[in-house]
Design a protein around this ligand. Structure first.
Ligand code: CAA
Length: 257
């Protein structure tokens, strides 16, 4: 399948998606949202893919929702068409997603990065939720996911002032997992994704599910959920292989099932 706004390829067991609207700093329009959802669904369905990397250009991961597209929108059309609602499908991908962020990750761009399971940032990355400067507020999860990631104080600071934070502030605040030199960004993100994809796919997917659930339920519910998933993994061949390989002091050969 070919895409208008994305470059999509597989590298070994890693699915790589590059946002590709350079003329608009990868602003997220509705075509891009539909295509990203389709690309992620295809990777989710592909047993040969164990992890996904989403990246942009050197200058911009994405500079937000497409302002030119939404400028003339009215409330009724926005409501009836559930404007931006489709992004929850993107966030619902079941395989691990890494955002490799260089340059601007603003508004919807920051929100897309936060939909991923973790962010690897170039030293040049800049994060922000500047919607307030446009007379609106974040609409793809910024007020919720940013607050969970960095806490209320910094989320309020960024969302109310619209200022940007650089990569090191984002790392200190807990938004970013690792910072790397600009020329190492894709290499590092692909290496992390390859590592994840080398493990048992059900274990990897359940690990993602368990951590994600921790943001939504009480500790007691989360612990019960984790334990059930842990117990379920003893039904997989990969658990037998992983533990047998440890005992035999050899490398595990996972079948991913
Ligand atoms: N939507 C549409 N087009 C955008 C865009 C966006 N979010 N961001 C940048 N562009 C376009 C610019 O209009 C410009 O196009 P033209 O050449 O046709 O004029 C092109 O990309 C290059 O941008 P700049 O010339 O502005 O580049 P710069 O280097 O001078 O500035 C920037 C870079 C600071 C990121 C600036 O482009 C900017 O402030 N962009 C908007 C950021 C923003 O407000 N994002 C939030 C959007 S709202 C949102 O995301 C809602 C939500 O929660 C879902």
């Amino acid at each position: 399948m070919s895409y208008e706004t994305l470059l999509v390829e597989t590298r070994g067991r890693v699915g790589l998606i590059t946002l590709n609207r350079p003329q608009a700093l990868n602003a997220l329009n509705s075509t891009l949202m539909r295509e990203l959802d389709a690309a992620l669904k295809a990777f989710d369905a592909d047993k040969g893919v164990g992890a996904i990397v989403i990246t942009g250009s050197e200058k911009a991961f994405a500079a937000g929702a497409d302002i030119k597209e939404m400028q003339a929108l009215g409330f009724v059309d926005s409501y009836l068409g559930d404007f931006l609602g489709g992004w929850e499908h993107v966030a619902g991908a079941r395989k691990p997603m890494i955002a490799a962020v260089s340059g601007f990750a603003l508004g919807g761009g920051c929100e897309l990065a936060m939909m991923c399971d973790f962010i690897i940032a170039s030293e040049t990355a800049k994060f922000g939720q500047p919607e307030i400067t446009l007379g609106v507020i974040p609409g793809m999860g910024g007020s919720q996911r940013l607050t969970r990631a960095v806490g209320k104080a910094k989320a309020m600071d960024l969302i109310l002032t619209g200022r940007m934070m650089d990569a090191s502030e984002a790392e200190r605040a807990g938004l970013v997992a690792r910072i790397v030199a600009p020329d190492k960004l894709l290499e590092e993100a692909l290496a992390a994704a390859e590592k994840i994809a080398s493990f048992s796919l059900p274990a990897v997917m359940m690990a993602k599910e368990a951590v994600s659930r921790s943001l939504e339920v009480t500790l007691a519910e989360g612990l019960r959920f984790e334990r059930r998933l842990f117990q379920a993994l003893f039904a997989t061949e990969d658990q037998k292989e992983g533990m047998a390989a440890f005992v035999a002091k050899r490398k595990a050969e996972f079948k991913h099932g």
